[in-house]
Design a protein around this ligand. Structure first.
Ligand SMILES: Nc1nc2c(ncn2[C@@H]2O[C@H](COP(=O)(O)OP(=O)(O)OP(=O)(O)O)[C@@H](O)[C@H]2O)c(=O)[nH]1
Ligand SMILES: [Mg+2]
Length: 464
């Protein structure tokens, strides 16, 4: 961890731009309360510096003789604040000109404009939170669904930090034991003597890391969402289903085949997981350059999606290459075959349907009557659950570099485990354990570099 801990007074507008009932300007640093006192005139009583922690004081913010704004100042004394430093939060009226003026006055009286994420960075540098908790702050602010919020709050509370610390300590203890065994090879309690027991211990740790990796993958899904594309022949009813799922008339629906050209996307929530639904152009031999581009784009979308709902119009007689066309368009992306327009007379003979029913998971719907829609939604929910699980207390909201660290720890531990079951060199085994342990340590920020912290906090907004 970096030892250089800045304590100068930083200030920033902490609320989002735009009009609002309230806007908050916050200050943090050793001199924060003193700087606020230079511009804040309490309506009654003593200056802020003489106030008890967490007192809220009504007063004016003045610039020389000018009253700039009326505000409520809340005083926080170190270490009981967000950053662990002295802090003042000025709750002002939520107008951009007002807030900019208040900030400007503070900057001219000894504060410096905070960098993005600098308040949270100070909380981290001062040891109140670790990297997993700083990540949780970001994920909490960005949470696209309530389930993602719950996971972020749990992590902010230190759940992941404790888990990682626990694993780190266990790996450390095991490594110490192994190193001692190497050094005093003749000792009675040589852990290398019972290779099977050692392998079992490593397997337990490997399981822990596997569970973490699964949780991190779920967290990624819960943040990025699951992509579900709607595809099929022109006029199959894709845009109709899209509008139904979006609960609004977003996409143009007409009886003319080839209506949709560009892809259209909408975000919905399924079981607390964000799902991006993508409507695409109908697949056929394109008539004209625009449609050709649309189809090209649709194919790309299918390749980039997690799932495809392949829609097929029951009322249109099947073409000879129906299945081949679907297979070619879908590529490797898993799909559910959805029969549409079930309210109308079907033109597909049972013999043509049978091979499809055998090869694909299918659903039958009518957007017009709503028949089959709950069942289709249940299928989508099931697909989403398959990606995101339903166990909330194991979800990790971590970033890509933390997932990489987890993978590194896992690989090293897997090597150690393989080494324990064979008669690999003890020193190599210890080295692998050290690699795993360091990677886990890095995840909590115990040995995190400045560059990594810069990258993390660059994703924050100013004032957080
Ligand atoms: N009766 C009935 N008509 C439907 C149903 N779903 C869609 N349609 C009609 O089928 C036609 C085509 O629907 P769209 O949703 O535009 O089809 P699409 O697959 O998006 O078509 P393209 O964008 O041209 O590829 C429209 O006239 C819809 O009203 C349904 O469940 N029942
Ligand atoms: Mg369409």
């Amino acid at each position: 961890m970096n030892d250089e801990r800045p304590t100068d007074c930083i200030a920033a507008i902490a609320t989002p731009p735009g009009r609002g009932a309230l806007g908050i300007v916050r200050l943090s640093g050793h001199e924060a309360i003193a700087v606020a006192d230079r511009v804040f005139r309490p309506r009654h009583g003593a200056a802020l510096v003489a106030r008890r922690a967490w007192s809220a004081v009504l007063g004016n913010i003045v610039d020389d003789m000018d009253v700039v704004e009326e505000a409520l100042a809340t005083v926080f004394h170190a270490p009981q604040s967000y950053t662990t430093e002295n802090m003042v939060e000025l709750a002002c009226h939520g107008g951009q000109v007002v807030l900019a003026r208040v900030l400007d006055v503070l900057l001219r009286h000894g504060a410096r404009l905070a960098q993005p994420g600098e308040f949270t960075r100070r909380a981290l540098l001062n040891g109140r939170i670790d990297v997993t908790q700083a990540e949780a702050v970001l994920h909490l602010i960005d949470a696209p669904t309530d389930r993602a919020r719950r996971a972020a709050v749990r992590q902010l509370d230190g759940a992941l930090k404790l888990r990682l610390q626990h694993i780190h300590q266990n790996l450390l203890a095991l490594r110490a034991q192994l190193e001692a065994a190497i050094e005093f090879a003749d000792d009675a309690g040589d852990v290398f003597a019972d290779r099977a027991a050692l392998a079992a211990r490593l397997a337990t740790h490997l399981d822990e890391l596997r569970a973490l990796a699964r949780g991190a993958e779920t967290g990624r899904r819960m943040h990025d969402g699951v992509r579900v594309a709607l595809a099929g022949r022109p006029n199959a009813g894709k845009s109709s289903l899209f509008n139904w799922l979006a609960r609004e008339e977003r996409a143009l629906v007409t009886p003319i085949p080839g209506t949709t050209r560009d892809t259209i996307e909408v975000d919905i929530a399924v079981d607390g997981v964000p799902v991006r639904v993508i409507d695409t152009a109908g697949m056929r031999r394109a008539r004209g350059a625009i449609e050709q581009q649309g189809i090209q784009r649709a194919r790309q979308m299918l390749a980039d999606s997690d799932y495809v709902l392949w829609l097929c119009d029951l009322t249109r007689r099947p073409a000879r290459d129906e299945v081949a066309c679907a297979r070619a368009c879908l590529g490797a992306t898993p799909a559910v075959w959805v029969w549409t327009k079930a309210d109308l007379a079907a033109a597909w003979p049972a013999t043509a349907r049978a091979p499809i029913e055998a090869a694909w998971r299918t659903a039958t719907i009518s957007v017009k009557t709503g028949a089959g829609m709950p069942a289709l939604e249940a299928v989508v929910a099931e697909l989403v659950r398959a990606q995101c699980g339903s166990q909330d207390d194991t979800v990790l909201m971590v970033s890509a570099w933390q997932r990489d660290l987890l993978a590194r720890a896992f690989e090293a531990l897997a090597r150690a485990h393989a080494g324990a079951t064979t008669a690999a060199l003890a020193e190599l085994l210890v080295e692998d354990l050290r690699t795993a342990q360091d990677a886990i340590g890095e995840m909590t920020g115990a040995v995190t570099s400045e560059a990594v912290l810069d990258a993390l906090f660059a994703r924050f907004c100013i004032g957080k």
